[in-house]
Design a protein around this ligand. Structure first.
Ligand code: GUN
Ligand code: ZN
Length: 434
């Protein structure tokens, strides 16, 4: 993978430029735009010709390609790269049969390092520059992940998985080691460069009440850290949680009882939320990450995007690999569109791209840093070739609006459409490089 040389040399990228201002229907779009990057930050953006390009800037003309903020994957498991596309199981069987045996391998730092490198290379090839990422219970898996993230200059959120029951012995820690190891990893990695730490109880069934209490304490004690977990994904899982935590009024309320809801808490799925759950998520400022390819693949259920949106929830999109079937933003948006269709709502292309960029950044409470192409923002960008296959080129001849251009990409594009990815002002992936 190429890493561009000097982030201090000014860079000017020309092409079509699209960036959201606030909501999905509020955006800036320049058909012939220009983005200027200096010292890893965006210093100017606008119509080419009107934007001052600094003397000596390196100019890259992307022609008719579309420049967008780097994509945000709100929920993904890097150790599950090898169990993607595992046949014939729903959530709990899938965890026991495929996922836990694979995650046990991450006590080996070299295995973790090789997988982290492969994960980043695939993510960047798909235009993702930020992720909220589950590691495994092994601190080595976190070190391997952040070491590579730092080398590439990526803004990444990640953490050690916490599990002290209902998992194989070699994948269990305890409430105390979960606390101690997470604390040490926070000190080592949180706000180290662009890295941010997430306390990561896997999900309520694999943590004792003592461990969830330890996770809640870590969240309260450490400024700016994140929490990530799973909630309300599968009907059998929900019944199991109700048995394990009979006093809680719902699955989401289990986490509430341990001070694990609030700003910078990210919960994957949230498929079977009641009105009370949605209210609780919104009132506590908890973010929900919709993982559509995973929900279809594991037969988990159909997320209710419109309900959560209307309630004002912070929403991101996640690939959830390896329960999810693709690291492609297009496959993820397409599945979100298809699920919404089942719910009698047609997700707009702007809503889909918004969740991958500014909306995702809002869900991660990073919308003052990433998710927008605007002066002062960190220079993470994705460049899309809007004519990457014969079929797309054919379809694009009939396209007459920006909305339909985006929609054709959502339905038809794949990683061949990602021309280039920039992170922190540097080129970190280029499709046509030799
Ligand atoms: N619930 C608990 N662990 C997992 C996981 O690894 N993937 C998914 N999709 N759901 C989970
Ligand atoms: Zn997950």
């Amino acid at each position: 993978m190429s890493v561009a040389p000097d982030i201090n040399a000014p860079l000017a990228l020309k092409g079509q430029v699209l960036t959201f201002k606030e909501d999905p229907d509020q955006y800036d779009y320049w058909e012939k735009g220009c983005v200027v990057i200096e010292g890893g930050f965006i210093s100017a953006v606008g119509e080419a010709g009107r934007v001052a390009v600094p003397d000596g800037a390196h100019i890259v003309d992307h022609g008719d390609d579309l420049i967008l903020p780097g994509f945000i994957d709100g929920h993904v498991h890097y150790p599950q790269m090898s169990v993607i596309a595992s046949y014939g199981a729903k959530l709990i069987d899938w965890l026991n049969t495929y996922t836990f045996p694979e995650e046990a391998k991450f006590s080996d730092q070299n295995y973790a390092k090789a997988t982290a490198e492969f994960f980043f290379s695939e993510s960047l090839k798909n235009g993702y520059t930020t992720g909220a990422v589950f590691c495994t219970i092994h601190p080595e898996s976190v070190d391997a992940f952040f070491t590579e993230a730092e080398r590439l200059g990526l803004r990444m959120i990640a953490g050690k998985v916490l599990m002290d029951r209902h998992a194989p012995d070699d994948l269990c820690d305890t409430a105390q080691t979960a606390y101690d190891q997470s604390k040490a990893l926070i000190e080592k990695w949180h706000n180290n460069g662009r890295c941010l730490y997430a306390i990561t109880p896997r999900f309520a069934p694999t943590s004792t009440p003592e461990q969830l209490a330890a996770a809640g304490a870590l969240y309260q004690e450490n400024d700016g850290v994140y929490v990530q977990s799973h909630v309300s994904e599968n009907v059998d899982e929900i019944e199991w949680v109700a048995d394990l935590f009979p006093k809680a009024s719902s699955y989401l309320d289990v986490y509430n009882g341990f001070n694990l809801l609030g700003p910078r808490t990210l919960y994957g799925h949230g498929i079977y939320f009641s009105g009370e759950d949605i209210k609780l998520a919104v009132e506590t400022d908890t973010s929900i990450v919709h993982c559509p390819t995973s929900n279809l693949f594991l037969g988990s259920g159909l997320f209710e995007y419109e309900k959560l949106r209307d309630a004002g929830a912070r929403l991101a999109l996640g690939t959830d690999v390896g329960g999810g079937t693709s690291l492609s933003p297009f496959a993820t948006m397409k599945a979100a569109y298809e699920i919404a269709q089942f719910r009698n709502y047609s997700l707009t292309p702007f809503e889909a791209f918004h969740m991958l960029t500014l909306g995702g950044a809002k869900a991660l409470h990073l919308d003052d840093k990433i998710g927008k192409i605007s002066p002062g923002f960190e220079a993470d960008l994705t460049v899309i070739d809007l004519n990457s296959t014969d079929l797309i080129r054919h379809r694009m001849k009939r396209v007459d609006s920006l909305a339909n251009t985006l929609f054709a990409q959502i339905i038809l594009a794949d990683d061949r459409a990602i021309r280039a990815t920039y992170a922190n002002g540097s080129l970190v992936y280029e499709r046509d490089s030799k």
